[in-house]
Ligand binder design. Structure first.
Ligand code: DP6
Length: 351
């Protein structure tokens, strides 16, 4: 919508309510996965997670405080939101209103370039952009950490999309009070060594998923005998991942990311009843990734709550990797993403 306009970092001071604001945010792909909550209401995760924000598929969201309105009016991609999608946005706006001490309803318009619900993290860019725009429109003065905490309440993974590049979302320790727990769980940028990464994304199915990630992670935590062992090993993965990122060691980064993702899917396969997002097309792409490695290319796969595969590689290898993945994807598309920017406000909408 407004991408041609100059942008400022989202933590630029926003001392007075503007009544309206527009923000843009990008999706992120987790290399160490968030799977499982310990508190559904506060969206507190069971495990720390770490992701790369992408430079493709931005979501642009405008929020206007509407004193005249009786209800929030929410349009997603030009269509009025309804059902669960509407409820999540209204619940989120209620949080912002409570903090701002302003009861007025809002008009929200959001344009998503991510195929919604396909395991490509549309809720991450969506709630990061909504958090930034709503906070500014209602006059909340938030730094990036506060904004990450706020975005988390909309969707856990959105806490990471507040930041560009690599971001680590802290689960936070078990706390005595809800307020303490809320404060302790936020994302922050992760330092890396020399690394020139890319993700080759095989979209094998852009349709909505049968089971939401929210429902699937709940079922996994409640019923999967593999969940606890995975959560423990994920902590070790995170420690190793931080070291691998610092060392700029893409082979180690990829190996750790791939095993963490496969482990997460194993927890779901062992849930009762099983949740299976991986399709035959997913496995075909995974075979092509194995073949790339046999051919000496550093290529490693990760999958989220959907059948699509994201292949981590060196940016200089993207043509080769994309070619191999394209040959494996008979019906779908292949995209290339690099590290992208954090959430930011856009100027020029009535201020
Ligand atoms: C598999 O952030 O969509 O992509 O907090 O319930 O909104 P909610 O879940 P969401 O889950 C993302 C799960 C994942 C892994 C990840 O992004 O870390």
């Amino acid at each position: 919508m407004h991408t041609e306009q100059p942008a400022t970092p989202v933590h630029a001071p926003e001392r007075r309510t503007t009544g309206r604001a527009t923000a843009v945010a990008h999706p992120n792909i987790a290399l160490i996965k968030y799977w499982g909550k310990r508190d559904e209401d506060l969206v507190l995760p069971r495990v720390d997670s770490l992701s790369m924000t992408l430079d493709i598929f931005p979501t642009t969201t405008g929020v206007r405080v509407a004193p005249e309105a009786e209800h929030d009016a929410v349009t997603l991609g030009g269509r009025p939101a309804e059902g669960d999608a509407l409820r999540r946005v209204v619940d989120f706006l209620d949080l912002v209103r409570e903090r701002a001490g302003i009861a007025h309803r809002a008009v929200v318009e959001s344009e998503n370039t991510v195929p919604t619900g396909a395991g490509l993290a549309s809720s991450a860019s969506g709630f990061a952009a909504l958090a930034a725009a709503a906070a500014a429109a209602y006059g909340l003065d938030l730094d990036a950490t506060d904004l990450s905490r706020l975005a988390r309440r909309g969707s856990g993974s959105a806490s990471r999309s507040v930041f560009g590049g690599f971001a680590l979302w802290h689960a936070g320790p078990e706390s005595a009070s809800a307020a303490e727990a809320d404060l302790s769980s936020y994302a922050e940028p992760v330092p890396t060594g020399e690394l020139d990464p890319a993700l080759v994304i095989a979209v094998v199915n852009a349709g909505p998923k049968a089971v939401s990630s929210r429902a699937a992670m709940r079922r996994t935590v409640d019923t999967s005998p593999l969940y606890e062992p995975w959560a423990v090993s994920s902590g070790q993965d995170l420690t190793e991942m931080r070291a691998a990122l610092l060392a700029g060691d893409i082979e180690a980064v990829g190996e750790i990311a791939e095993r963490n993702a496969l482990g997460m899917h194993a927890t779901m396969l062992a849930a009762r009843p099983a949740v299976r997002y991986l399709s035959p097309a997913t496995l075909t792409v995974l075979d092509s990734v194995l073949q790339l490695r046999r051919d000496g290319i550093a290529a490693y796969a990760t999958m989220d709550a959907g059948p699509n595969v994201k292949v981590l590689c060196r940016r200089t290898d993207t043509d080769r990797v994309a070619q191999a993945v394209r040959a494996a994807v008979t019906d779908g598309s292949v995209l290339v993403a690099g590290p992208g920017p954090g959430a930011r406000l856009l100027h020029g909408d009535g201020r």
